[in-house]
Structure formats: C-alpha cells, structure tokens
Design a protein around this ligand. Structure first.
Ligand code: CMP
Length: 145
C-alpha cells in the first residue's frame, strides 16, 4: 500500500474542477485518506518546491501555487504513486494525452492543474509538509476486500 500527495492547484479550484478531479481518483479505486483546502504560504511553497529553487520558472511556479486556495489530498492504494502520476499525465500538458487530467484540462506547464508526488521519498516528504499523522484517516474501501 502506498500514499501519495495530490494537490489540486489554484486554477483547478477556480475552474470548479475539485469534485471531478477527486472523483477520478475515487472511481479508479484509490482511497482519499486525507483532504484539506488551504492557501499555501510562500514559505510552505518554497519548502514544497525546494528542488526547483534557482530554476528559470521557480518564481512563476511559487507565485502561481500561492495565488489562491489549493486542495491537498493524500491518496492511498496499491501503487498509488505511479497510478496518480499516470492519471495526471506528463508535466507539460502539451504532451499529455486526452484521458489524463492534464490532457483533458490544461495547456500551460505552470497551470497544469494538479501536482502528484514523483517517488515514495517525495511522497513521504510532501505528505509530511501538509498533514499531521492524525489527519490521515484509516478505513477500508469496499473494493479492497
Ligand atoms: P508539478 O508537478 O507541480 O511539479 C513542479 C512544477 O514545476 C510542475 O508541476 C510545473 O508546474 C512546473 N514546471 C516544471 N517544469 C517547468 C518548466 N520547464 N517551465 C515552467 N514550469 C515548469
């Protein structure tokens, strides 16, 4: 069983896509184990995107992710990290196939609708940035047994 962090970025919230995006993960059979809405502070965004500091797009990325509320969700399931990444599609929406989240809803690499952790190490670090242990719920999905 794996956990991953999926963030619905400010444009996903502003465009009214929260329900649709959460529903995609639920319909796939993944569990929503943690869920909250927040406006990211600049310092939290800097921590989250630390690996991109110094890159040409860094300021735009931090400016965008802090521009309005995001939805943060811990998604759980077998191979949840790679499944969530494949559902999101490539980082650059111009390379994303229809049927993926970015292929269906995005054209801009900065405003690419969702973030999904890229490895188990990133997932653990990113979940820890936004969720306390007690904010992650334990329950069984009916399709697990
Ligand atoms: P995300 O999955 O949130 O992880 C890092 C983000 O940086 C990525 O989505 C994009 O929004 C952004 N990003 C990555 N590469 C570029 C790039 N070349 N130009 C602009 N933004 C980028």
């Amino acid at each position: 069983m794996e956990r991953t962090l999926v963030i619905i970025k400010p444009n996903g919230v502003r465009r009214g896509l929260v329900g649709d995006l959460l529903s995609r993960f639920e319909r796939r059979g993944l569990k929503i184990a943690g869920l909250k809405m927040a406006t990211m502070s600049r310092s939290k965004a800097a921590e989250h995107y630390a690996e991109h500091e110094g890159k040409s797009f860094y300021e735009e990325l931090v400016g965008f992710i802090t521009s309005g509320p995001v939805v943060l969700t811990v998604i759980e399931g077998p191979k949840a990290i790679s499944i969530a990444r494949s559902m999101a599609g490539p980082t650059d929406p111009s390379k994303a196939s229809p049927g993926t989240i970015r292929g269906d809803y995005a054209i801009s690499i900065t405003c690419n609708i969702v973030h999904a952790s890229d490895s188990s190490k990133s997932a653990e670090r990113e979940i820890g940035l936004f969720f306390q242990q007690e904010e992650i719920q334990r329950y069984d999905l009916r399709n697990e047994s």
